[in-house]
Ligand binder design. Structure first.
Ligand code: ZN
Length: 256
């Protein structure tokens, strides 16, 4: 008699499927969110990303300082793409022995606020209603003291990386909606993290949400179109196909 496999024993696509099935069994919909960082202009890689996304909602974290009107024009034909503010100039202000940060505690709060305001205005001017007022700090890092200031600039949400704990303080003026599955291995040669590891990030977050140990927020896929190797592209295509085929899934996108 074949052994009944428990979800915990499965890996890769099998585990991902089993987790989605568990959502379905409970009559719940597993929501996903897609954040892609570092866009400034149309490039072959960004075109490829948007082509693959097709009708899947995608949130582009755009660097205000370098964003081009040409990118804004190109997005006019991509109704499923929304724009978030990715820092200001994507510059590192941390000393060399610290982790990189544009909005860390290395500058005065006023200097950072001016950058936030200038970036917010530029993204709003370029992208209009396509801009969703969410702040994405470069390197997913910013000083906590900045969070209460985001609302006064006009932001309604911010996004870094990692699961939000279930017992996190309830959102006040700005909501934190993080990405959860970065598919690039940055320290291991800037290449695809691998199918098993990428799926484990997604499956673990879904399971934590389902069981209440992580806040029930959409499971965020994080991509960086400019840094994808072939394996990254293949994984994204397969993942989108699998999510689309499963009846207990839906894509989420930040609202205006
Ligand atoms: Zn970035």
């Amino acid at each position: 008699m074949p052994q009944i496999q428990h979800a915990a024993d499965l890996t890769g696509w099998d585990a991902f499927h089993a987790e989605l099935d568990a959502w379905k069994k409970r009559g719940r919909i597993a929501t996903f969110w897609w954040r892609d960082d570092d866009a400034t202009r149309m490039t072959p890689a960004l075109t490829r990303l948007l082509d693959i996304a097709d009708e899947t909602p995608i949130s582009l974290a755009v660097i205000p300082h370098d964003a081009t009107a040409e990118l804004a024009d190109a997005l006019n034909t991509r109704p499923h793409a929304t724009v978030l503010q990715h820092g200001f100039a994507h510059l590192n202000h941390a000393p060399s022995d610290e982790k990189k940060a544009e909005f860390g505690a290395h500058r005065t709060p006023d200097a950072m606020r001016l950058d936030l305001i200038a970036g917010f205005k530029r993204i709003g001017d370029l992208f209009g209603a396509r801009f969703r007022p969410m702040f994405v700090p470069p390197w997913n890092r910013m000083t906590n003291s900045l969070v209460p200031r985001l609302a006064s600039v006009g932001f309604r949400a911010y996004s870094t990386y990692g699961a939000t704990p279930a017992n996190a303080a309830p959102p006040t003026a700005v909501t934190q909606i993080n990405a959860r599955a970065d598919i690039i291995n940055w320290r291991g040669g800037r290449r695809f993290l691998g199918e098993t590891a990428s799926l484990e990030l997604l499956t673990t977050h879904l399971s934590q949400r389902r069981q209440g140990s992580a806040a029930d927020q959409p499971t965020g896929l994080l991509t960086h179109h400019a840094d994808h190797d072939d394996a990254c592209w293949r994984f994204i295509e397969t993942l989108l196909r699998v999510i689309k085929k499963h009846p207990a899934t839906a894509w989420w996108a930040p609202t205006a």
